[in-house]
Design a protein. Sequence first.
Length: 417
Amino acid sequence: MANRYSLWSLLKNGLKHNESWQPAWRSPQAKPRYDVIIVGGGGHGLATAYYLAKNHGVKNVAVLEKGYLGGGNTARNTTIVRSNYLWDEAAQLYEHAMKLWEGLSLDLNFNVMFSQRGVMNLGHTLQDMRDIERRVNANNLNGIDGVVLSPKEIQDIVPLMDISAKTRYPVMGASYQPRGGVARHDAVAWGFARGASELGVDIIEQCEVIDMIIEDGRIKGVKTTKGDIFADRVGCVAAGNSTPLAKMAGVRLPLESHPLQAFVSESMKPCLDTVVMSNAVHGYVSQSDKGELVIGAGIDSYLGYGQRGSPHVIEHTAAAIIELFPSFSRVRMNRQWGGIVDVAPDACPIISKTKVKGLYFNCGWGTGGFKATPGSGYVFAHTIANDEAHPLNKAFALDRFNTGHLIDEHGAAGVAH
Ligand SMILES: Cc1cc2nc3c(=O)[nH]c(=O)nc-3n(C[C@H](O)[C@H](O)[C@H](O)COP(=O)(O)OP(=O)(O)OC[C@H]3O[C@@H](n4cnc5c(N)ncnc54)[C@H](O)[C@@H]3O)c2cc1C
């Protein structure tokens, strides 16, 4: 790697007043033709391009991004990474991603700040606890780490939480995945962009795909704001914008696009060193390396493409967090934002070929796709390179909405991103 980051390069560049660093990725003009075009320069699109070049030797690839890298959900999410999904298909897909996370900074030579500080899902009713026990057992059978915690064990890990019996929703226990945690979201986009660019992938920003070029049921290329670009294979990874993109090709996706919000507080001394989620009070919180509380909840219920949400959702979420952590009521909130998430009826992704030959979609990750970023790129690259699903994403094809083989992960998704 020409631009390898190391202690030595840090020293060398420091001595040269940091004026000799190379740009992390190239910004070339688009060529008229590529072997593969990836639409969407979020984490998933960039990871797809990286693994196409690295694992399959397909290097004549362009990633087309309508804005800037990571301007979509990739750098708008709350960065929770876990793999404790209920059903075998989902558990194996997310666990594969988890294993890639564990070696990602080394693989990319870029610190994605993956921090395995554990993820806790609280139970507040007997039924919650039954569901938690069922999920932890299913996870363990799939080789995924997870334990059920008692209120006392929760308190040992999170002393600030109110676990007293006088709360509106008393905490009865939790599931805990110690290998879960958080990562730095924009670093994930930058790391994959740098790795892909180094392998020869062209990353074209400010280049919106406005139509598809299709002849005799085969994709031939795309029309963009920078002109027509041709390729025999096109992979779309556009999250909340997947439906309009599919419409250009006459493909209907079973997706709804909803706003999802998050907000962060002022920076504070370390006080919370794990991720805490509760479906019942409807909120979750972690503390970033900068010291901010990172807070989120469920989707806004209306459909739309504006990257913002409604104030009452923020109010409701803040109330939920204060219910769990009364001392946070005195913390000032700093900023809020929204992203557009693409929700599928079974709360599982779609990684699939389509009725148009050479056109593939990777979408439907809804509120929980960040954790899958490396795994999603890995299996989608395989699907595009071989025109055939990887064994891990076979069950996530579009035809499951015709056959009825849905993978219902609503229990593991929703508020729990
Ligand atoms: C507030 C919030 C919190 C979340 N929290 C979590 C979490 O804690 N854990 C978790 O696992 N997941 C979380 N998610 C979900 C996660 O962010 C997404 O599932 C994931 O980032 C999707 O990645 P992506 O690369 O597919 O999408 P994106 O990063 O959105 O990338 C898609 C890209 O496609 C581009 N694009 C769209 N249309 C076109 C076009 N026509 N031409 C060219 N480019 C186009 C967009 O500009 C965008 O950059 C959260 C999401 C939000 C909004």
